[in-house]
Design a protein around this ligand. Structure first.
Ligand code: HEC
Ligand code: HEC
Length: 275
């Protein structure tokens, strides 16, 4: 009997008790949401719907630095798929960013000019919704899609071209010469190539039933998806996955959390959702 009340044993009880607290404490709050409330909470956290119409799209992605027009988007699309932008005319932007495969290439490491692997073992992130991101590339070193486009064209392991080579090549294609004159009022320049591609990329946004729900259609997503959305908001996912298209507004250094902060989080963040 004495052993049960030995100071070591008592210390052990206390420690065990503290450790088990997160699992025995009652839930701090049980959130009840109607569809309208859930939508309201999502919208109030800036989880806005991806635009549906051309005019709504312009309001979100247009920029005075690169005013978007339908002609510029079409030119950018042509360039995005054009292998003339690579040294041996075998690779286009779309070779690594396959739009029908989610905007990437499903490879662990990108493969570019002459079959070279990306020297930093980087894979191709998706171009879908990339224009909505705060910055571009894994490390955020390009500020927008227009600036980003200069990278792959010149990288020796991707398309391996110089700005001058790009201009010379495109100038040999009469339809490009005409388009650039019409759209930019000038001859073909590397800067305008970047701008045209950027204008096209600004239209590569994904819209789904979740956006319909945000716009007011209660039936657009299932009850399970609604519970998921409520959890997404209440469990803190929205802290990093913010804004339209839920993400791309921050860059995080891993590991994100220590075991201690996980534990403290468990203590204070217990919540469950019901409808
Ligand atoms: C050889 C494959 C390859 C080609 C060709 C290529 N990319 Fe990429 N792309 C990548 C890789 C790899 C990254 C990530 C590189 C990094 O972070 O340093 C990337 C990053 C991007 C990003 C940033 C996305 C984000 O979420 O940060 C955009 C936008 C993009 N590419 C557009 C283009 C465009 C436009 C072209 C054509 C001019 C192009 N890419 C050509 C492989 C490629
Ligand atoms: C502290 C910031 C942070 C929090 C909180 C967070 N995430 Fe993430 N999440 C990230 C980052 C950063 C990435 C990108 C990691 C990468 O691609 O290497 C990511 C990636 C993802 C992806 C993959 C997206 C893709 O395009 O491949 C999913 C899905 C995801 N998170 C879901 C969640 C869910 C669900 C929660 C809540 C339970 C959550 N995240 C909480 C930062 C966070």
């Amino acid at each position: 009997m004495k052993r049960l009340f030995h100071p070591v044993a008592i210390t052990l009880y206390v420690v065990l008790f503290i450790i088990s607290l997160p699992f025995i404490l009652p839930d701090k709050s049980t959130k009840m949401y109607t569809d309208a409330q859930l939508r309201q909470v999502a919208l109030s956290h800036n989880m806005l719907p991806v635009p549906k119409t051309y005019d709504a799209l312009l309001k979100v992605v247009n920029t005075p630095k690169n005013p978007i027009t339908r002609e510029k988007i079409a030119l950018g699309k042509k360039l995005f798929f054009d292998t003339l932008l690579s040294q041996d005319k075998s690779i286009s932007c779309a070779s690594c960013h396959l739009l029908k495969e989610g905007g990437d290439d499903n490879l662990p490491t990108a493969i570019g000019y002459l079959g070279q692997e990306n020297p930093f073992h980087l894979n191709s992130p998706t171009v879908l919704n990339a224009a909505l991101a705060k910055s571009e590339f894994w490390d955020g070193r390009a500020k927008d899609v227009e600036a980003q486009a200069a990278g792959p064209i010149q990288a020796p392991f991707e398309m391996h071209m110089t700005p001058k080579e790009v201009e010379q090549r495109l100038k040999l294609v009469p339809s490009y010469v005409t388009s650039f004159r019409k759209i930019f009022g000038a001859d073909i320049t590397f800067e305008n190539v970047r701008k045209a591609i950027g204008a096209y990329e600004r239209t590569l946004l994904t819209r789904g039933s979740y956006d319909d729900f945000l716009e007011g259609n209660d039936e657009a997503i299932s009850p399970a998806a609604k519970r998921g959305l409520a959890l997404f908001i209440s469990k803190g996912c929205k802290g990093c996955h913010t804004g339209m298209s839920v993400g791309g507004q921050s860059i995080q250094k891993f590991p994100l959390r220590s075991y201690l902060s996980e534990y403290i989080g468990l203590l204070f963040q217990r919540e469950s959702i019901s409808f």
